[in-house]
Design a protein around this ligand. Sequence first.
Ligand code: NDP
Ligand SMILES: O=C1OC[C@@H](O)[C@H](O)[C@H]1O
Length: 492
Amino acid sequence: MKIKWGILGAGSISKDFCYAVKALPQDEHEVVAIASSSVDRALDFARKHGIQQSYSYDDMAKDNDIDVVYIGTWHTSHVSLSKQMLNAGKHVLCDKPMCFNVDQVKEVFQVAKENKKFFMEGIWSRTFPVYQKIKEEIKGGNIGDVQLLTATQCVPLGDHPVWRGYPGFGMLFMIGIYPIQLANWIYENKKPTSITAVGSIGKYGVDDDCCIILSYDNGAKASLSFSGKGHSLSPVAVFGTKGCITIPNYLWCPTEATLPSGNITYPLKPEDPSVYTYPNGMGMGYEANEVRRCILEDVVYIGTWHTNHVFLSKLMLNAGKHVLCEKPMCLNVDQVKEVFQVAKENKKLFMEAVWSRAFPIYQIIQDELKSGGVGNVQLVTATFCVPASDHPVWKEYPGFGMLLIIGIYPIQFANWIYGNMKPKSITAVGSLGKNGILHCIPDSFWCPTEVTMPSGKVKNPLEPKDSSVYKYPNSMGLRFEADEVRRCVVQG
Ligand SMILES: NC(=O)C1=CN([C@@H]2O[C@H](COP(=O)(O)OP(=O)(O)OC[C@H]3O[C@@H](n4cnc5c(N)ncnc54)[C@H](OP(=O)(O)O)[C@@H]3O)[C@@H](O)[C@H]2O)C=CC1
Ligand SMILES: O=C1OC[C@@H](O)[C@H](O)[C@H]1O
């Protein structure tokens, strides 16, 4: 599905963004409009880049065909333009810095929330594969516990012919934010227990440079520095108890790093790098892709009676949403095929909420089986008895028989244990009766929190302890399922 971009500001970074987006697949991104405070600049930009519409900011706000805007103006106008575009019903990607203080951050996010729109500050660094890889490396324990981060960004901007001395164009906002966001990234947004900083205000009346030390409660530290006067070089080192990661240059848009296991490189492939003003400008495509992912990857949870599931699933999938649909997703095999066909056509995730499989105990059982801990499985017995057939509302409703309400759980359990092997024969005896059997096992196998294995009992208690707000047993475990959906969506 294509998202339609509008660009605000006809300057250098907007031009880089435009080239980067145009290099992405055309069925995913299109730049449809440019807006500038100058009519001539907008027209010129539109002509150069083959963009259909050239606008004033106000006209851009009125164009309902635009899904998302990129704000590439000076940051002195970021707050007002962000709010204007959000109020006009557009998602917003605003280049850094999104504003000058915390109150403004809160204000912009409040407007985004009220309008139910996506807002992202363009800290594009985090969308670079090197950043992702470093995160994985740290999470995987490959360098042990991080003890020290050193990050330096030197870009000789202090003497910039236009910006110099302009309020808000000090080096903290121009470049200092990058090493600082990197510390938050590496230390998972942990709050430092102390901050020490020494900087200078230069001849133009704004900050020229600064050295910052952040200390954390476990003794870890970040030593961050930036200068608008130094020669360009922006290296990073992350020191852990077992190893180290380094980035040789371009802290804010890196394409290479050294991990304990060796060097990694993610070269950018521009058609022509000379069209970009800023280093690695073509990497803005990563950021645009991330915005698209965030906008499109809405998930709808369908928790209605299953008589509505097929209709609602198709409706939501066709509207471009991912779907997590309560069990049973439908009443027969043809409907299963139909729903998955619609999901496939729309390139969306569809998952039936057989939440059992998202419970850690199910995973533990699977691992135990795979490791041969119980040898070859010879017999599975699984029994589900709850007094559901006398349900005051469902009791005579078509589709509310016990097979679809609870019987699917032991059946899926057999499929899980036997790796979806097809049974050679199926023998079944059931009754179309008035009442079910009244017995409820305490630790339900369809949403279990403990299991006994050859090696002993494994427990996986649920949080929060107060389960009184939930109607059904172990409903706190629905979060496992939500996590699983997120994992699937995010990993494509
Ligand atoms: N992500 C990154 O690595 C980078 C981010 N940036 C950020 O992008 C933003 C723009 O930088 P860049 O494109 O280099 O800047 P430019 O000087 O090229 O200006 C961009 C736009 O800002 C608007 N503008 C220009 N002068 C003024 C002014 N006096 N007051 C208000 N607005 C003005 C204009 O918009 P219009 O055409 O509408 O008149 C202009 O086209 C900055 O906030 C900067 O921090 C910059 C470089 C790299
Ligand atoms: O955002 C930025 O990062 C890199 C610098 O080259 C640029 O001028 C700055 O604004």
